[in-house]
Design a protein around this ligand. Structure first.
Ligand code: S3P
Length: 426
């Protein structure tokens, strides 16, 4: 358990080269395991969450090792996993437990999955329901939460599923199970969520009756040439907000994944008056990649709700910090999913902003922040949530006095280099 003390700073000039995207890193490891071939992955995120996927796959018989800077995955094929006679531990990782459940639902053996205290509080009925409809049997002794026991069935069958919530993890879980169904498995979503699974597995998505429809099936084959993981835009968001709220600042962020389903935060910050230039420099892994240049700006409050929410869902905590330093009110609605992330992020942000002397109120599905333009140092309860810790660390750079970030080691979940880059000593 560590506490990190942050003192205010001006002239925050940084050039940051981002490390690999967390969502794509999980998928790179899993999809490589599903192919009967050796796949090389460069730029893989070595944060704790993707490393949980690595260890779960290793326990299921997939050989994964690092040679120099490159990760090598010896894929076993869709049906080549071996039974693990213990409990698979996903740590803090929602993506690991939900996506792996889709694969394990189709295996001819029983698997048990659990994770840390946060994972054991997060809802799993959202995957239990569709996987059960597909013919798997899943037990949860903890009221729809982990630990879960999956009685896989090689005979699972295709379903046509209308998503009740916007969740790329649930969508991906069903599409992965669909790779084992003779019939088509169809997922329909009202709002397009991050589409890395579709891009990497070469699944087609079309629009029908106002819905985004994606199909998979056992017949669907996909090529998986060696993978280069582009940089994580969710990590970029912290530096983009630092660059905006601190005076006399220039921040350049390189290797940013510019997938439109991920960079809603840039749009939101621009609406707030941020000075951000985006330059696409190329493509990586069928995804646009580029540079963000950010300069200080006086931000103003905005209203965020509706279809933009899934494209910035992980960035809401740091956008709340931008809002606290903006002029006027920012209201974020339709973001009830934040209540069931690594912690209740609505409650955590309201508590932390108030502790720093700011004004924030919560609603069941969001929050309202009245920008006061200033915050003061405080001791911040992070609830062991990486994004809460990093958000308040950025807030602390412009606060009056010292801020203590409790349990600051939790940043390792998505961004182990964060503290060094913040300190300017990478
Ligand atoms: C993710 C999807 C999102 C996101 C999470 C990663 C993914 O979760 O919050 O950090 O990699 O598919 P939901 O599917 O719960 O929205």
């Amino acid at each position: 358990m560590s506490t990190t003390t942050i003192t205010p700073r001006n002239n925050f000039h940084r050039t940051v080269f981002l490390t690999g995207d967390k969502s794509i890193s999980h998928r790179a490891l899993m999809f490589a395991a599903l192919k009967k071939q050796t796949t090389h992955i460069s730029g893989l995120s070595e944060a704790a969450d993707p490393m949980s996927t690595r260890s779960v796959l290793a326990q299921l018989g997939v050989a994964i090792r690092k040679k120099g800077e490159i990760w090598e995955v010896k894929g076993v094929g869709r049906k080549g996993f071996t039974v693990f006679n213990g409990v698979l531990d996903v740590g803090n990782s929602g993506t690991t437990i939900r996506l792996m459940s889709g694969i394990l639902a189709a295996q001819p053996f029983v698997s048990e999955l659990t994770g840390d205290a946060s994972i054991r509080k997060r809802p799993m009925n959202r995957i239990i329901k569709p996987l059960t409809q597909m013919g798997a049997s899943i037990e949860s002794v903890n009221d729809g939460r982990a630990p879960i026991k999956i009685h896989g069935s090689p005979k699972i069958f295709g379903i046509d599923y209308l998503m009740e919530i916007s969740s790329a993890q649930v969508k991906s879980c069903i599409l992965l199970a669909g790779l084992y169904t003779k019939e088509k498995t169809i997922v329909r979503e009202k709002v397009k969520t991050r589409d890395h699974t579709e891009r990497m597995l070469n699944l087609t998505t079309y629009e029908k009756d106002g819905l985004f429809v994606t199909e998979s099936s056992a017949d669907h084959d996909f090529d998986l040439p060696d993978i280069t993981v582009p940089g994580d835009p969710s990590s970029a968001a912290f530096w983009a907000v630092a660059g905006s709220i601190l005076p006399d600042t220039y921040v350049r962020i390189e290797n940013v994944l510019l997938n439109p389903t991920r960079i809603g935060f840039v749009e939101a910050l621009k609406q707030m008056g941020a000075d951000i230039t985006i330059t696409q420099t190329g493509e990586c892994q069928k995804e646009p990649v580029g540079t963000l240049e950010v300069r200080s700006a006086q931000l103003k409050g905005i209203h965020l709700s509706g279809d933009i929410i899934p494209s910035l869902v992980d960035e809401i905590p740091i956008l709340c910090i931008a809002a606290a330093y903006a002029e006027g009110e920012t209201e974020i609605r339709g973001a009830e999913e934040l209540r069931v992330k690594e912690c209740d992020r609505i409650a955590a942000m309201v508590q932390g902003i108030k502790a720093m002397g700011g004004e924030a109120v919560d609603f069941p599905d969001g929050l309202k922040i009245t920008g006061t333009g200033k915050l003061k140092g405080a001791s911040i309860e992070t609830f062991h949530d990486h994004r809460i810790a990093m958000s308040f660390a950025i807030a602390a750079l412009r606060a009056e006095g010292e801020t203590l970030i409790q349990n600051s080691e939790c940043v390792k979940i998505s961004y182990p280099a964060f503290w060094e880059i913040l300190a300017g000593t990478p």
